[in-house]
Structure formats: C-alpha cells, structure tokens
Design a protein around this ligand. Structure first.
Ligand code: 8YV
Length: 328
C-alpha cells in the first residue's frame, strides 16, 4: 500500500518544475491564480494543512497560529527571511519552521551591487532621459555621478549575503568595512581585507556607501533609526536589499528630500508593497520591487529546498533548514 501523502498547502504560485514535484510527492494544494491569500483564506489553510508553504506576503502571527489546526506540523517558508512568521509561537505549539537559506545569496548580492552602481552612477536616471527622448548630446558636466572605486563600503550584517556583497565590492575596488554582532573569522576578514566596527554609529559616520544585509528581527527593527541616519555623510549612498523594516523609511525619505545624503537604492520597504510617497518623487533614489532573489535559478532552488525540508521532516528526520528562534 502506498504511504499516505501529507496535505501540503502552497500559498502562492511557484515555478512550474517545483509545483510538479510537489504534486508528485505530496497531497498538494496549489494557488494557480497567485492571488495573495486573505487572512481568512490563510486561516483556512492553517486549519487544513499538515504542511504550509507560505511566502513573505503571508503574515503568520500568534493570533493566526493560535487558531491553526491540530494537524499542522510544519511551516516550510519559501524564502530565507522568516520575519513573516512568529517562529517562537509556532515552536511553542509544536510546529517546526524551515526556510531556504543559501540558494539566493549570490543573486541578492548581485542586486546589491546593481543598486550601488545604479545609485552612484545615475544609471536609471540616464536610461530614463534617453527613453524620454531627452538626450541632446554629450556634455562634460552633465549626468555626473560619483566614483565607487577606492571608496568605503560599510556592510550592516556580515552573514552569507553580506560576505557575498563584500567579495563583489572588493573586486570593484571598494574598501570593505562591516558591522555585525560579532566579527567574522580571521580567515574571512583577511580574505576580504575587511575592517570590523563594533560601533555601528562610528562606522556609519565614516562610510561612502552603506549596504543593509542583515535579517529583520526585533533587534534590527529600525537599526538605521532617524538618529543613526543623521550620522551618514552628505555624499553617502544607502542601499537595502534585506528588509525595509531595518531602516526608518520616513526618516530616510526626509533626509533624501532635504539632500542630507546623496542617494539611496532600495529593493525593500517598511510597509511593502506601500512605499513612502516622498521616495517616489525623488530623483536621487533607485527603487526596485523586492526582486533581489528574482531569478529563475534562485526561485527553483528555493522550491527544491522547500521540498527537501518537507520530505526529511515527513520521513521523521530533522529538516536541514530548521529555524531556531535563538538563531534569529
Ligand atoms: C524572497 C526574500 O523572494 O528570501 C527572502 O528572504 O527576501 C526574497 O528574496 C521572499 O522572501 C519570498 O518569500
């Protein structure tokens, strides 16, 4: 007799090969329309599923978890960040949580570099001028940006993605500085020629470019507060491909509109998909719609990780990407 297949509910449309494999392995309910689930639909899924596969667009808080069905045993998040899930409450209710780290590191680091370059060299502004028919010919003093070669990059959060950014940035001639809960190993620090700043305040005040690469946790919410943002130099550029909540977005928008820092490249926002309206009007920002991991390869690999996590869990083993609240 074939083994009983667990009920797996997927909240959003996933890449075709991932959905095909999920259907082969489990009693899978897909969301072919890709319409984000309403709170009621999400509650219904939590009550019926043994395994829920949510994404960043599903907020799984303690209120929702308190009404989850007895059968729900695993939340296999499609995404590395788990700030959409109350992991401690899930664990307290006997629900395991997994994520998909590692497979989106390189793509997110690439997008960080794209934002650094686009902000410093006015790439989007220039492209828009051409597209709008405004290119009147070359001029020695027109569309001048700032050189990144030889400048100081301060990385906030030196985990996998932070280190991948550092490797790329070093190749572009940037000097690597970083703030992290603790220094990286001497081998990595040497390889990246990276300078550790225990004090985030002191680092921010000395950088030309700052990149946010830490997860959003209670400890990093508004880590770049309005007060800290004011420490940045007027010529500084701030880039964020991590989570909007790490930066006080209103404070940043105010500083950018007053010209108190030179520019920003943002892929993520504090109240996604809403964006502070002030940011939308500014010429010195590059705004992307949370697409750091948006490659075919990343999204298929993320799906593969979700499948491995479900499979190992269902086979009675510890899933490879189990999230422990102490890690956050
Ligand atoms: C994902 C991300 O696409 O994985 C993450 O943490 O920020 C994104 O790149 C998204 O979270 C999917 O849930």
């Amino acid at each position: 007799m074939a083994a009983r297949k667990p009920k797996v509910i997927i909240t959003r449309k996933l890449p075709d090969p991932v959905e095909t494999r999920l259907r082969e392995l489990f009693d899978t309910e897909l969301n072919l329309s890709d319409e984000p689930m309403s709170p009621d639909a999400l509650l219904d899924a939590l009550q019926r599923a043994e395994v829920l596969v949510p994404t960043i667009t599903d907020r799984i808080d303690s209120r929702l978890l308190s009404r989850a069905g007895e059968g729900l045993k695993l939340i296999a998040n499609f995404g590395a960040g788990v700030d959409n899930i109350d992991v401690a409450t899930a664990n307290a209710r006997g629900i395991t949580v997994t994520n998909t780290p590692g497979v989106l590191t390189e793509d997110t680091a690439d997008m960080t570099m794209a934002l650094i370059l686009a902000s410093a060299r006015r790439v989007v502004e220039g492209a828009q001028v051409v597209q709008n028919g405004g290119f009147q010919g070359w001029s020695p003093t027109w569309m001048l940006g700032r050189r990144i070669y030889g400048k100081r990059l301060g990385i906030v959060g030196m985990g996998r993605i932070g280190q991948a950014v550092a490797k790329r940035a070093k190749a572009f001639g940037l000097q690597i500085h970083y703030h992290n809960r603790k220094p990286v190993s001497p081998r990595i620090a040497e390889e990246l020629e990276a300078t550790y700043w225990e004090s985030l305040d002191q680092m921010l005040a000395r950088m030309d470019v700052v990149s946010v690469n830490c997860p959003h946790t209670p400890a990093t919410f508004h880590l770049l507060s309005a007060r800290r943002l004011k420490l940045l130099q007027p010529h500084a550029i701030l880039v964020n491909t991590a989570r909007g909540e790490v930066i006080d977005e209103a404070g940043l928008a105010n500083m950018l509109s007053r010209g108190e820092i030179a520019g920003a490249g943002l892929d993520v926002y504090e109240h996604e998909p809403a964006i502070n309206p002030k940011l939308l009007k500014l010429p010195n920002v590059v705004l992307l719609p949370h697409m750091g991991s948006a490659t075919v390869e990343s999204r298929v690999d993320m799906g593969e990780k979700v499948i491995i996590n479900i499979k190992t869990f269902m086979d009675g083993h510890r899933p490879p990407d189990r999230v422990i609240p102490a890690m956050l």
